[in-house]
Design a protein around this ligand. Sequence first.
Ligand SMILES: NC(=O)c1ccc[n+]([C@@H]2O[C@H](COP(=O)([O-])OP(=O)(O)OC[C@H]3O[C@@H](n4cnc5c(N)ncnc54)[C@H](O)[C@@H]3O)[C@@H](O)[C@H]2O)c1
Length: 331
Amino acid sequence: MQSYHDAFTGANVLITGGLGFIGSNLAQRLVALGARVTLVDSLIPEYGGNLRNIYDIAEQVRVNIADVRDEYSMNYLVQDQQYLFNLAGQTSHLDSMRDPYTDLEINCRSQLSILEACRKNNNQIKIVYASTRQIYGKPDYLPVDERHLLHPTDVNGINKMAGEWYHIVYNNVYGIRACALRLTNTYGPRMRVKDARQTFLGIWIKKLLDGEPIQIFGDGLQIRDFTYIDDCVEALLLAAVTEGAAGQIFNLGGKETINLRNLAELLIEVYGNGTYEIVPFPPDRKAIDIGDYYGDYRLAQGRLGWRPQVGLRTGLKRTLDFYREHRAYYW
Ligand SMILES: NC(=O)c1ccc[n+]([C@@H]2O[C@H](COP(=O)([O-])OP(=O)(O)OC[C@H]3O[C@@H](n4cnc5c(N)ncnc54)[C@H](O)[C@@H]3O)[C@@H](O)[C@H]2O)c1
């Protein structure tokens, strides 16, 4: 494993989407490592940003409520930063179909403005971009490695693909060190649970705690992999400090794969209570479904020294414990 402890002590770090699920968990870790952290987030209600996510570190971070679509804010915010974790995004696949222009603005156009802000104001910055497995679309083979063709099934996948490749092009052409992690379903404390906009697992957890049945679309045999949030944060930090990572793209993944029916059963077992029901796929979701997916993360393992450490049972337990205690702020 690479060591990043010294790299972040006293370092200026900017996190776009910093009040969201992954951004706020990353901020917690960076504060513990002694970094000077600035969070930029628009707090649009439909997205995962929540001030509660940072209540325990609020005094130790700078928060800038701004929109990454605003080039003037970004021109200012990237100055003097050593690291940029670029996590701001519109995450709902369904919303990207209903309102493709907003997805285009945030996931595609803004990424270019962020990179332009870096090129003009701070070309020494190191960037890690949060990409997604969604850009592969319906897999041609499993596990999916980074050489798999990109053929997204929805507008979100297309825009995230472009967002990712702007980063690689700015690395290759302008020498702004940037890399991308293709995240798979990430879960844990501070994720959005009030609806399925971020991940279906969020709404499953809410339903379970509300005493309602979990709904599984289709036959429940779809296979997925899951990354626990602490493992995701670890990958982001390793990617930022690994010199050879610049210009590279890495899949993340999970310790195990599981189909949705077995996942619901595991969740209910860990919680100690609950039921699930199998319901037909809503047509708008079926049209963009990707079938079975799990990723091959051997490249990240070899180049970053990363591998998932937290298994599903442990991760689900920690997540359920968190929402039992903090539900008032996330419902
Ligand atoms: N959670 C996952 O399973 C997952 C999987 C694949 C990729 N990702 C990617 O990781 C990143 C972080 O996702 P997350 O799960 O933490 O979601 P999230 O919704 O909790 O975080 C995204 C944050 O970005 C902010 N944001 C959105 N538009 C913005 C804008 N225009 N200006 C400023 N801030 C804006 C939101 O308010 C939110 O706080 C996203 O780019 C997402 O595409 C996440």
